[in-house]
Design a protein around this ligand. Structure first.
Ligand code: 3UK
Length: 544
């Protein structure tokens, strides 16, 4: 590793042991980074140096826009506040808690520029979850939206390490006004840790993934340049929070790397997203499949006419959603699988290479393959475990689960995939979401995709449910579109539809109608919640 600029070496000291790191592969010329590298110099200062300071950079929900020069000035002022009055030192962990906004992005960039380690958190987290994060990452300083202070203050009570919470609305503007508008970037090493990203932790404790300055650029120079192919004239929009690396990449790093602008929405609901699409005319959209489905139900023709690129990630994109979006907008949705451990998307396809129903091919700069239970390579056409490596990869902070995610230098994401003879990857399920019923292996997402092709289905989730006779049966939770009856006839119609569409043994033997499905803040279906529900609503059986 290169000479660190961190005065506080906590992050580096808590990297996993070298022997447990994945292989890092820098196969493309553009992925060779200098030893000294501060990502913000490349994302912001370079555009000023190139004379593009007057171009739009960060745009708010209301359409207020900061140029690159204005953004850089704000970032510099915040970095001055950090290193001046707040006693911040390079290497300190700084927690961020706020909905997406230009100011949140500016604080994020300021912490990076000053050589800090960003710990961004989802706005919906409660005190208990925040306490865990504060303790685990040894956070000493936090920036918080005034509306979200309560839970953070409650979390801070039992965590003396967190000594200062800055109210973004009340304290920060005055502090910034008193600070100079220039700031020399911290002379960080390209492999200094700059971000600790917590996974959503659907099972067990959240894992803390660590990423370095060069990782932030590598995802831009691999996926951004080769798959997205965005340009300075683009205007980005989307719903994922910046605390989710999907949002960080899609709404900050990719646009800033090419000098484009980005709309940061405080409220990312489908209604707010649609309203902003109509008034602010974005060209690139990053969101999850469920949001595209919701938009389809609300859109009028022409509402999305400004869009040219639509990226879907976070969970599998069903073919029905892909086709409905194409029919409504003419746009080819670009699916992509990413992971917090990998920082961003590593399998996807350029618009002209998309195969409907497939996630895509390994992103240039990444390698991907399908392996068996023992780690052996499987030939094309077989179903197995997805393994990937490239310029980014998994480094959990002090976590024994590192040895599970990394096998023989490859990152094993926990997804079941098939690779065809052309190198396209076809998603099957999360490895633990395969349902074994009467000896058959059934992928829940495949049944969901089939149900979604029925015109009455708005959303659905499919899990295995305990059954006395068969051990496990396929059970579907279905949200109907308005105007349809939740009754036995509808359940029968949906079952017949699936039986006619895919192998009949996969049809859902049980169907429960619900008004909404449990989802994470990142748009993922919480299948473990559905499994709990299935346990709870199993019909009471009397002993024989
Ligand atoms: C699943 C997908 C099928 C898959 C993420 C883009 O989702 C992101 O990160 P997470 O750590 O979850 C990772 C897991 O989510 N998944 C994501 N995308 C897809 N499954 N098709 C997809 N297109 O199980 C994966 O292992 O929350 C996504 C960019 C950055 C991210 N962090």
């Amino acid at each position: 590793m290169h000479r660190s600029a961190h005065v506080d070496s906590f992050a580096r000291d808590n990297l996993p042991p070298r022997a447990l790191w994945p292989d890092f592969v820098f196969s493309l010329p553009e992925l060779q980074y200098p030893e000294r590298l501060n990502a913000v110099s490349a994302l912001l200062d370079s555009h000023l140096a190139a004379g593009r300071g007057d171009e739009p950079c960060l745009i708010s929900s209301t359409g207020e826009s900061w140029t690159y020069a204005e953004t850089a000035a704000r970032v510099n002022r915040i970095a001055q506040v950090l290193t001046g009055t707040l006693g911040f030192q390079p290497g300190h962990r700084v927690l961020l808690r706020a909905p997406n906004s230009p100011m949140l992005a500016a604080i994020y960039l300021a912490v990076l520029k000053a050589g800090g380690v960003v710990v961004a958190t989802m706005p919906m987290l409660r005190a208990r979850e925040l306490s865990f994060i504060i303790r685990k990452a040894q956070v000493s300083l936090a920036f918080c939206d005034p509306a979200l202070l309560g839970e953070l203050e409650a979390a801070a009570q039992g965590q003396p390490v967190l000594t200062r919470i800055i109210d973004i609305g009340r304290d920060l503007p005055a502090m910034m006004a008193a600070a100079p508008a220039d700031f020399e970037p911290c002379d960080t090493a390209s492999d200094d840790v700059c971000l600790i990203g917590f996974t959503s932790g659907t099972t067990g404790e959240p894992k803390a993934t660590m990423h370095m300055h060069r990782d932030l650029l590598a995802i831009c120079d691999a996926y951004g340049a080769h798959v997205l192919k965005a340009r300075a004239a683009d205007r980005f929009i989307g719903s994922p929070p910046l605390a989710f690396t999907f949002g960080l990449g899609g709404l900050v790093l990719f646009p800033l790397r090419v000098g484009a602008s980005t709309i940061l929405l405080e409220r990312p609901s489908p209604d707010d997203l649609l309203a902003a699409m109509i008034t602010l005319r974005p060209t690139v959209c990053f969101t999850a499949p469920t949001a595209y489905r919701a938009l389809l139900g609300k859109m009028a023709p022409g509402d999305c006419a400004s869009l040219r690129i639509c990226v879907s990630a976070g969970e599998a994109l069903p073919l029905a959603t892909f086709e409905a979006w194409k029919a409504a907008t003419g746009i080819t949705l670009q699916d992509g699988i990413g992971a917090t451990e990998m920082l961003h998307i590593f399998i996807s396809a350029t618009v002209d290479q998309v195969r409907p129903g497939a996630t895509g091919k390994a992103v240039p700069g990444y390698e991907a393959k399908v392996i068996d239970a023992d780690g052996g390579d499987l030939p094309p056409g077989s179903i197995g475990r997805l393994a990937v490596r490239g310029p980014t990869g998994c480094r959990y902070m002090t976590d024994s689960r590192q040895a599970q995610y990394v096998e023989n230098g490859w990152n094993v994401t926990g997804d079941t995939y098939l690779m065809d003879e052309h190198g396209y990857f076809w998603y099957q399920a999360r490895s633990d979401d395969m349902i074994i019923s009467s000896g058959y292996n059934i992928a829940g997402p495949e049944v969901e995709s089939s149900l979604l092709t029925h015109p009455a289905v708005a959303e659905c989730g499919v899990v295995g449910a305990d059954d006395e006779e068969r051990g496990t049966i396929v059970k579907a939770y279905v949200v109907l579109k308005p105007g349809h009856q939740e009754d036995g006839a509808m359940a029968k119609a949906l079952q017949d539809h699936v039986k006619a569409d895919i192998a009949p043994y996969k049809y859902p033997r049980a169907i429960t109608f619900v008004k909404a499905l449990p989802r994470t803040e990142t748009g993922k279906l919480q299948r473990f919640q559905l499994r709990h529900m299935a346990k709870a609503d199993a019909p009471a059986r009397t002993a024989p």
